[in-house]
Design a protein around this ligand. Structure first.
Ligand code: R5P
Length: 298
């Protein structure tokens, strides 16, 4: 039997104050359910609408990638500087302490290694396992124009359906085959297909010509993929341009963990993404932090 409300104080109903009905800060997410919005708000900072996601899932098809040989030693200490971490369940369970409260974006596709046709992927995680690991989003590759295009799209729609059942957003990664042209026309096509078929976040590559047409024609947030290691200034410029041209952040891996000073790189990318730090100033910041880091090691 609940306790009777015996307070003698006057009840306050604030009849003249309309109840606040908040909009939602993220593109295309207004009609999603509460759990989905809450998870998206853990990945994307509600103040800036952007994220710095740290991609370390490379091992799922290419084994111990340079920089990821010992996740426990070199990568876990960097996680606190990211807004979200993108990784496989194997690495999460074996190498990441559960006390880390960063939102997890879990790689849910796999199958072929670098020795085989990469588009030949299947779903590789049960949604129940993703829930057990308290993930904030699930993710997979979609190979538009690839040999197994249809299967990878169907993998995505199944993952989206499972995610919707439990309020977990799906991030589709637009994978590009070796011989495919990486231009705005291709990425507009790939991103739009993924969004039309239900992905709530898209990860795609930056292109110098017409990137804003990709973000404009995609009704959900786009995060920029980092790609192979390039000079620091180029990586910072790419991140800067991407967010200026409509990206809702970045999901970078090699350009962070293969940098000479990965912690400095992550902190600098964070400033570029969330505070619009310009590339030249960002390079200064990186060099300063790098020198401090090295001085502390000596
Ligand atoms: C795509 O193939 C995977 O998600 C990669 O492991 C990840 O996107 C790579 O990140 P980056 O290209 O920035 O190293």
């Amino acid at each position: 039997m609940p306790e009777v409300d015996s307070s003698k104080g006057e009840k306050k109903f604030y009849e003249d104050v309309p109840m606040k009905t908040e909009g939602f800060f993220l593109k295309g997410a207004g009609s999603l359910d509460w759990g989905m919005k809450n998870r998206l708000s853990r990945i994307f900072n509600p103040d800036t609408g952007r994220t710095v996601m740290f991609a370390i899932d490379h091992g799922y098809f290419q084994g111990p990638t340079t920089g990821l040989e010992r996740i426990d030693l070199t990568i876990v200490p960097l996680m606190q500087y990211a807004d979200a971490i993108m990784l496989t369940r194997g690495i999460l369970r074996t190498s990441v302490p559960p006390s880390l409260t960063k939102p997890v974006v879990m790689r849910c596709s796999g199958g072929p290694s670098i020795l085989k046709e990469l588009s030949d992927e299947q779903l590789a995680v049960d949604i129940e396992d993703a829930i057990r690991m308290n993930v904030s989003a699930i993710t997979l590759q979609v190979f538009i124009g690839g040999e197994f295009e249809t299967r990878s799209v169907h993998n995505m729609t199944r993952l989206v359906d499972m995610g919707l059942r439990y309020g977990i957003p799906t991030m589709a990664v637009t994978a590009v085959g070796k011989d495919m042209v990486r231009d705005a026309r291709y990425f507009r096509l790939a991103c739009r297909i993924c969004a039309e078929l239900g992905a709530q976040i898209i990860k795609t590559y930056y292109v110098p010509e017409g990137f804003q047409t990709i973000t404009a024609s995609c009704p959900v947030p786009i995060v920029m993929a980092g790609g192979k290691k390039i000079p620091v200034l180029d990586a910072l410029t790419m991140a800067y341009n991407a967010v200026q041209e409509g990206a809702s952040g970045v999901d970078m891996g090699r350009n962070i963990f293969q940098a000479d000073a990965p912690k400095a790189m992550m902190q600098t990318v964070h400033k570029v993404v969330h505070e619009n730090l310009k590339p030249a100033d960002a390079l200064d910041m990186y060099e300063t932090l790098k020198n401090e880091e090295q001085a502390n090691q000596d």
